[in-house]
Ligand binder design. Structure first.
Ligand code: SAM
Ligand code: DTB
Ligand code: SF4
Length: 361
């Protein structure tokens, strides 16, 4: 049974003198992890752009006018080729992302299940991030060979309402619970730099740390402000805040892999080294995240070399799933799956809508 965390306790950790905080996190890191190993994971956007949601940070939301190249769902051979490429570059995990609100019970999902099976056969940890997911969809993904499901809380329950109006914080928790019930390893974290307070950051960590089971993987993203999104003008997050967030995450979720995720192009090598010291034990590698730039793999490997870090093998923290043919059986109705739409609106988005209407008139 994990300890139940309170916001006061987590805030007190977050606000420790930075040098003390990093030291405490580094000590905790050594209890459950090899501090000289970092997992390299590759992101692959299998379906890009055109998403119906209004997540204020996301360049893939159809309603914001960003400069990304939209793409239909990739084919299985395309995914296999990318997975092999990632593996040869040192990645032990492939995270496939789709710009979907939720998974539907249709041919596209059947195709994703084949991708999961194919990449699992390459002996890589397969992670998917496909939006909201029902229990039966989680079961099918697990049967196909899915190792992990990424579904971020992104921020605190309070601040969530300022960032997204097309779904509820509780919807996120439901999907996470569905992944856990199917025996899939949960990957859930958030973004800092979206105008939230330290209180919001700690509140998100409390929600994550008090999940049962705790997430095995916690990505900490620094907002990548993208032109055209409502958060385009946010100030870049300070590296000191990133180090604080990584260290606090490490202390409250000691067994999790803490992932230094989006925003690394904005960080110096020294800043990233401090994050590794504070307990970050994974990066996303490759020249692109989903749609935004990421550091060059050669630079990452040079930095690992300087720091004496080696890349972590797959399935160190859990067994490789075996594929069961039952992944082909859909227990629910084929077709669209309906998730409720919450009622709240975001003032900033309403104003933007009105402005667009006025300009048309
Ligand atoms: N549609 C699915 C969903 O929302 O769960 C999966 C894809 S979504 C792009 C995956 C995660 O990427 C988001 O939860 C968010 O944390 C992160 N993300 C998206 N845009 C970002 C940005 N501009 N900066 C930092 N992180 C971002
Ligand atoms: C996560 O927390 N960060 C990754 C992964 N999980 C899916 C995605 C980052 C996306 C950054 C914006 C983009 O490249 O589109
Ligand atoms: Fe869609 Fe996911 Fe982007 Fe939100 S974060 S707009 S759900 S792709």
């Amino acid at each position: 049974m994990n300890k139940v965390w309170t916001k006061e306790e987590v805030l007190a950790i977050y606000n420790r003198p930075l040098m003390q905080l990093v030291f405490d996190a580094a000590q905790q890191h050594r209890v459950n992890h090899n501090p000289l190993e970092v997992q390299v994971s590759t992101l692959l956007s299998i379906k890009t752009g055109g998403c119906p949601e209004d997540c204020g940070y996301c360049p893939q939301a159809a309603r914001y006018h960003t400069d990304i190249e939209k793409n239909d769902l990739m084919t299985v051979p395309q995914v296999k080729a990318q997975a092999l490429r990632a593996k040869s570059n040192g990645s032990s995990r492939l995270c496939m992302g789709a710009a979907w609100r939720n998974i539907q019970n249709n041919e596209e999902f059947d195709q994703v299940l084949e991708m999961v099976k194919t990449v699992n056969e390459l002996e890589m940890e397969v992670c998917c991030t496909l939006g909201m997911m029902t229990e039966d969809q989680a079961r099918r993904l697990a049967d196909a060979g899915l190792y992990a499901y990424n579904h971020n809380l992104d921020t605190s329950e309070d601040h969530y309402k300022e960032i997204i109006s097309t779904r509820d914080f509780d919807d996120r928790k439901k999907t996470i619970a569905n992944a856990s019930k199917a025996g899939i390893s949960v990957c859930s974290g958030g973004i800092i730099g979206m105008g939230e307070s330290a209180n919001d950051r700690c509140s998100m960590l409390v929600t994550l740390a008090n999940l049962s089971p705790q997430p095995k993987s916690v990505p900490i993203n620094a907002l990548v402000p993208v032109e055209g999104t409502p958060l385009a003008d946010q100030q870049l997050v300070s590296i000191w805040d990133m180090v604080r967030m990584v260290a606090t995450t490490r202390i409250v979720m000691p067994e999790a892999v803490v992932r230094l995720s989006a925003g690394r192009t904005q960080m110096s090598d020294e800043g990233q080294a401090l994050c590794f010291m504070a307990g970050a034990s994974s990066i996303f590698a490759g020249d692109k995240l989903l749609t935004t730039p990421n550091p060059d793999i050669n630079n990452d490997m040079k930095l690992f070399d300087i720091l004496g870090i080696s890349t972590k093998a797959p399935f160190v923290d859990g067994e490789q799933p075996t594929t069961k043919e039952s992944y082909k059986e859909c227990a629910s109705t084929r077709g669209n799956v309906k998730w409720d739409r919450p009622g709240h609106t975001i003032e900033r988005n309403e104003k933007a809508k009105q402005k667009a209407k006025d300009l048309k008139a």
